[in-house]
Design a protein around this ligand. Structure first.
Ligand code: UD1
Length: 424
């Protein structure tokens, strides 16, 4: 098990370039299954979830090449022949986002099979809305013994009117991909409005699909049976940007983030202002200067453009040392305060009850041995807390952090942090 050793105290200073977004690249990779032609994805982050998705795609028969051209990472995917309609069960358990292959497989092969997906341990995270959407498009879905099989009626999916009970990111994306390869027009009402959905739409459009309405109350997708290759870039990772911003704020440092889209971070930056951070936005840069001690402020996670749940745990770490009491409401996932127990080992005062965490800021945290325990964002928040703690913090289970952060250690060191990694 890999460990990160963080010695706190240094205010972070310098520049860091934000990578392509994990939550944008994964659905785009799945979408490549819709066509026999080659798809190129630019600015692909080298993170563990991308590597798992590559393995899954190869297992399906997709030809995958990862290249570096002029310092940028390109992923070439060619799904000329697909070997099976079943997503590899072992790999599926490693990553919940593999469920995103069901829509494209169903559109391409008229059938798809999977076991129930894995991923972070943050609540049950069902996929019922994905499956109901496929059924609305004419698929038959059979669930038996942890296995799901979906067949398209009469050999192909048909366009449909789909109303999502909740603006699920994954369901919106899965249904958009299925609809891109279906006969006729599909309208998805109450879709997710996250920027990653828009990025996927751009990719599908580059493949020849006709999609309108992303970011609005209804997305309309006109299906096509001649989807072609595409070449599309990945948007900057707003969650990675927010994590480094909190690293600066928690240490009272001053950093510049490069390759950011400020408009994707509005709710987050409003909170950073509220706790006393100075923020200046340039064209694709963001300058952040943390206060000596942040003020307490409450947050509530919400679907985009609200405060993102994927930056909740990092904010929880920040509130541990804020002046005053913060109330954090997690409205997206049922069980996303698991890391509170680990933060408590470092001297944090957190009381959780269901979807609420009440955090009384303390003057100082102290280094301790803590566990990332199957929790990507929780793991990152422990590193952030370690940056502000007295003495050494050992974060065990660093491979969970690798799922979504590329070279976290090297980049934090580049900002002056004292962090090392031990892979024994
Ligand atoms: C995506 C992101 C994840 C982020 C989340 C919310 C990716 C790869 N992952 O996950 O990082 O935290 O959005 O912004 O993009 N739900 C159902 N039934 C469904 C689908 C979802 O009840 O069929 C529930 C989930 O249990 C959860 C909520 O809806 O409570 C939000 O889930 P969803 O928006 O689907 O998140 P993901 O797509 O899984």
């Amino acid at each position: 098990m890999a460990r990160l050793i963080v010695r706190g105290g240094e205010p972070l200073r310098g520049k860091v370039r934000v990578n392509g977004a994990k939550n944008a690249v994964l659905p785009m990779m799945a979408a490549a299954v819709l066509t026999r032609s080659e798809c190129l994805i630019r600015d692909v982050p080298d993170i563990r979830d991308v590597r798992v998705m590559i393995e899954i795609l190869k297992d399906l028969g997709v030809k995958v090449r990862l290249e570096r051209i002029n310092g940028r990472r390109y992923l070439s995917l060619k799904a000329e022949h697909i070997r099976t309609d079943a997503v590899n069960a072992r790999l599926m358990k490693k990553m919940r986002s593999s469920v995103l292959l069901i829509g494209p497989l169903l559109a391409r092969l008229a059938s798809a099979r999977m076991t129930y997906p894995g991923g972070c341990a943050i609540g049950p995270r069902p996929v019922d809305m994905h499956l109901a959407g496929f059924e609305a498009m004419g698929a038959t879905v059979v669930e038996k013994g942890g296995q799901v099989t979906a067949y398209a009626g009469r050999g192909a999916l048909s366009g449909a009117e789909i109303h999502l009970e909740y603006p699920s990111v994954g369901a919106t994306e899965n249904l958009m991909m299925a609809a891109a390869g279906a006969r006729g027009v599909t309208r998805i009402w109450n879709p997710a409005r996250e920027p990653e959905v828009d990025n996927l739409a751009a990719f599908l459009q580059a493949m020849g699909a006709n999609i309108t309405g992303t970011g609005s109350d209804v997305i309309s997708v006109e299906g096509s049976d001649v989807l072609g290759g595409a070449d599309c870039g990945v948007i900057p990772d707003r969650i990675e940007a927010g994590t480094y911003a909190i690293a600066a704020v928690i240490t009272g440092g001053e950093i510049t983030l490069e390759n950011v889209r400020t408009e994707h971070l509005r709710a987050f930056l409003a909170k950073m202002n509220e706790v006393g951070t100075e923020v200046q936005a340039g064209r694709d840069q963001l300058w952040i200067k943390g206060p000596e001690r942040p003020r307490a402020a409450d947050i509530r996670t919400l679907p985009y453009p609200g405060y993102p749940t994927d930056l909740q745990n990092q904010y929880l770490a920040l509130s541990c040392i804020a002046g005053g009491t913060s109330v954090i409401t997690e409205s997206i996932f049922e069980n996303r305060f698991k890391v509170a127990e680990e933060l408590a080992r470092m001297g944090a005062s957190i009381h959780t009850e269901g979807r609420l965490a009440v955090v009384k800021g303390v003057e100082q945290l102290s280094g301790a041995c803590v566990e990332a325990d199957d929790d990507l964002r929780g793991g990152a928040s422990l590193v952030l807390a370690g940056l502000r703690a007295d003495g050494a913090t050992v974060v065990r289970g660093a491979e969970y952090i690798d799922r979504g952060y590329m070279n976290l250690v090297g980049r934090l060191r580049g900002l002056g942090a004292d962090v090392t990694r031990n892979d024994d």
